[in-house]
Design a protein around this ligand. Structure first.
Ligand SMILES: Nc1nc2c(ncn2[C@@H]2O[C@H](COP(=O)(O)OP(=O)(O)OP(=O)(O)O)[C@@H](O)[C@H]2O)c(=O)[nH]1
Length: 340
């Protein structure tokens, strides 16, 4: 059982700094900052603003969102969906700000300092609790936060560089979540697919979620981290560490186990997500070495006419690298979030 509270993001002022809401100014190193300084985006408008920050202008001809449309807030999702599905068609995959990450285009903008991380996964695996630990709430398995938020924004130091990390906990299960789920998949710079190590079903859903993600953003080299949460519940464990790592290796993802309740590895997780995004941004800016088209790390080949069956076959083949040596390398490093 892990009880290493040193990993608590909120207590480490040496590498983690917060700033007052909206100011985005770095705090001097070592300055203790109260939890309330974490920027909590409470208003739905802010959720949208965060999602769209630095995003592209709407595509010409795309229908504008009506002012009367209910905001896409977790708790208003059913209403939003009932209004009009066409109100927000998914953006063309090549146009999103995040989408340029894996395209190999060097376009450094202010967006470079903003990292959008999406928590996805089955219900009850601990997404909100993880988000809460990032946002400065106490992860306590005995108490649900009274007003859990959906989005948390903080300025943090990662490898001596300050970044704005926005963590979204907006993933919804079932039909009701369709609209927001699609937007979530289109917007994230990195994805944390959370499962509970005490719930094998949540683990078995991981490949499906990843397939969906990669299908949604086929041209992009998206960082994905499989997060085995609730590692503190040793006696109820149904998924071993090895199984988690093996799946991550097979799917060419990263893997980490966390306990949101004990704040174990939560800081490593969020900092690791930032590093994974940075590594890809750096690679695309440096112009190489880029992964080959169609490799699990790389973008898909340029558009060409291809039958659906061929596309599906190519997509599935990409999930499991053919080269055994490559596969071994990937498997070995899946738990190291500071390397590609
Ligand atoms: N023991 C333990 N309990 C946890 C941990 N993380 C979350 N929980 C508990 O698991 C339950 C579900 O956690 P949530 O954070 O609500 O899970 P979720 O994935 O956000 O669930 P949905 O909102 O339904 O999608 C809560 O009772 C949490 O307190 C953990 O690391 N260890």
């Amino acid at each position: 059982m892990h009880t290493d509270l040193d990993t608590d993001m909120d207590t480490d002022t040496e590498t983690t700094a917060l700033c007052p809401s909206g100011s985005h100014q770095a705090s001097p190193p070592g300055t203790p900052i109260p939890e309330t300084d974490a920027t909590l985006l409470k208003k739905p408008e802010k959720l949208l603003a965060g999602l769209d920050r630095g995003g592209p202008p709407p595509a010409p001809g795309a229908p504008r969102r009506r002012g009367s449309m209910p905001v896409p807030y977790k708790h208003q999702l059913r209403r939003a969906q009932a209004i009009d599905e066409l109100d927000w068609p998914p953006q063309a995959s090549s146009s999103g700000s995040s989408d340029s990450l894996g395209s190999g285009e060097a376009a450094p903008t202010e967006q470079d300092g903003i990292f959008k991380v999406m928590l996805v996964g089955e219900s009850g695996v601990g997404k909100s609790t993880l988000a809460g630990t990032f946002g400065g709430l106490q992860g306590d398995s005995a108490h649900e936060p009274e007003n859990p938020e959906d989005t948390y924004e903080r300025r943090i130091m990662v490898d001596k560089e300050e970044v704005t990390l926005i963590v979204y906990d907006i993933w919804e299960q079932g039909d009701a979540g369709g609209w927001l789920r699609d937007h979530c998949l289109q917007t994230g710079d990195a994805f944390l697919i959370v499962f509970s190590v005490t719930d094998r079903r949540s683990f078995s859903k991981v490949p499906e979620t990843l397939l969906r993600l990669r299908a949604e953003r086929p041209h992009h080299d998206l960082p994905v981290i499989l997060v085995g949460n609730k590692s503190d519940l040793a006696r109820s464990r149904e998924v071993s560490l090895e199984e988690g790592r093996h799946l991550a290796g097979t799917l060419s993802c990263k893997h980490i186990e966390t306990s949101a309740a004990l704040h174990h590895n939560t800081r490593e997780l969020f900092e690791g997500a930032v590093r994974q995004i940075r590594l890809r941004r750096g690679r695309s800016r440096a112009g190489g070495p880029r992964p080959e088209w169609g490799s699990p790390d790389g973008p898909a080949p340029p558009a060409r006419r291809e039958s659906l069956t061929k596309k599906a076959k190519r997509f599935l083949a990409n999930l499991v690298p053919r080269n055994a040596k490559f596969f071994k390398q990937r498997s070995r490093s899946c738990h190291d979030l500071s390397v590609l």
